[in-house]
Design a protein around this ligand. Structure first.
Ligand code: ADP
Ligand code: MG
Length: 381
């Protein structure tokens, strides 16, 4: 095993690991804030991943070290894991151990070493990558034979119940289940999944990801409030979830709701439709025509759902002005990243235009890269 993470594991934990696993971050093409409304999402996995080198322990201890952490080992007892006891980054992987045990899967302790190139807090799901890498390692170390969707749901359970973030299933499903060269269509109610081939290069296109490097604090509380607002609207409309609103019922639904809830409903309903339209375009080889759908998705997040911010709006506007075919914020919002669909030779000029607009506005330089659909969680060494 010549993997760097294996070598680094040995330096920290004093023995060779049994293997190395990797789980990617993700970027969502379309379908934002739909996953907790039983709706549809269409993410791709990024080439960036969290790698974890790991080895079983037979004494019930969970020892966690991250190259992006504080330089110390977090040493926990598996028996003592309960929600709320681990406040640091280590809560994400510790939560996965807890979720496995809570679901009755026979896991014991382990030594883990993490290293990652997924930007954190950028709306690219470094947290899901951290959880899914842990879940993939545990699955193999303890011979559990769980499927990728099962691992994703345990990872989501860790984030919801152990860390306390009320996220939907998209991030973990993307990190666990995506495949090379395809977007992942996910029906978050039925959990039906479909791999939708996405060959951007063949269409003469690139997907530019622009990390604005801002994260506004109000995001955490606002996310829970938005989720509660969607659930309240569904209840007032007599629906199990906003996913159940038929397209023809949108106008009537808006009329009987207060404006703040009507806006949320409009976003969710139109966003689910945009996911369906995107899939039709991909199936029909009309990738280049996706631009306006992405841009309409941004307007909906900005004006109706109100989760955009000055930086993400500026990145979208500057990308479009520089010739992007379409652009939108991606991820939960209040900062984070923007995606832009661009012609094959336009990635650098569009990224430069966004950088220049940020400088003029006095913002820090954004970080831009092009993303190709990459594989989900897997053993790499
Ligand atoms: P996102 O998932 O969009 O990147 P989150 O706020 O959900 O943003 O998760 C980011 C958090 O995940 C970080 O603050 C940190 O606690 C944890 N994290 C992610 N990657 C790592 C890593 N490689 N090492 C340690 N902690 C990490
Ligand atoms: Mg996250």
């Amino acid at each position: 095993m010549i993997d760097q993470a294996a070598t680094d594991f040995e330096a920290v934990h004093g023995a060779r690991p049994s293997g190395v696993w990797a789980a990617p971050g993700r970027v969502n093409l379309i379908g934002e804030h739909t996953d907790y409304n039983d709706g549809f999402v269409l993410p791709i996995a990024l080439p960036h991943s969290v790698k974890v080198a790991a080895r079983r322990r037979e004494d019930g201890r969970v020892r966690l070290y991250s190259a992006q952490g504080d330089g110390t080992i977090t040493d926990l007892s598996l028996d003592g894991l309960t929600p709320g006891v681990v406040a640091s980054w280590a809560g994400y992987p510790a939560g996965v151990f807890w979720a496995f045990a809570e679901a009755g899967h026979p896991v014991g302790g382990a030594d883990l070493f993490f290293d990652s190139d997924v930007p954190t807090g950028a709306g690219l799901s470094s947290s899901a990558a951290l959880e899914c890498a842990t879940a993939a390692a545990l699955n193999d170390l303890y011979g559990l034979g769980l499927s990728a969707p099962e691992l994703a749901l345990l990872a989501q359970r860790a984030e919801n119940a152990f860390v306390g973030v009320p996220c939907g299933a998209m991030d973990q499903m993307a990190s666990a289940c995506c495949t090379d060269g395809a977007a992942l269509f996910l029906d978050t109610r039925t959990r039906e999944q479909r791999h939708v081939p996405l060959d951007l290069a063949a269409a003469g296109l690139r997907l530019l990801v622009i990390d604005t490097r801002v994260k506004h604090d109000l995001g955490d509380g606002a996310y829970a409030a938005l989720r509660a607002g969607c659930e309240r609207a569904a209840e007032l409309l007599g629906l199990d979830a906003l996913r159940d609103l038929p397209p023809a019922g949108l106008t009537a639904a808006q009329e009987c709701l207060p404006d703040d809830l009507a806006r949320l409903v409009r976003h969710v309903a139109t966003e689910n439709r945009r996911v369906a339209e995107t899939i039709e375009h991909l199936g029909g080889d009309r990738i280049a025509e996706l631009g306006p759908i992405l841009t309409a998705g941004h307007a909906s997040l900005r004006d109706d759902f109100r989760v955009s911010c000055a930086e993400t709006d500026l990145a979208v506007e500057a990308a479009l002005a520089a010739g992007a075919l379409g652009a939108r914020m991606t991820g939960g919002g209040f900062g984070g990243s923007v995606i832009a669909l661009v012609g094959a030779t336009e990635a650098d000029p569009v990224a430069a235009a966004v950088r220049s607009a940020f400088r003029s506005a006095g913002y820090a330089d954004p970080v831009a890269f092009t993303a190709v659909p990459s594989p989900g969680a897997r053993r790499v060494a």
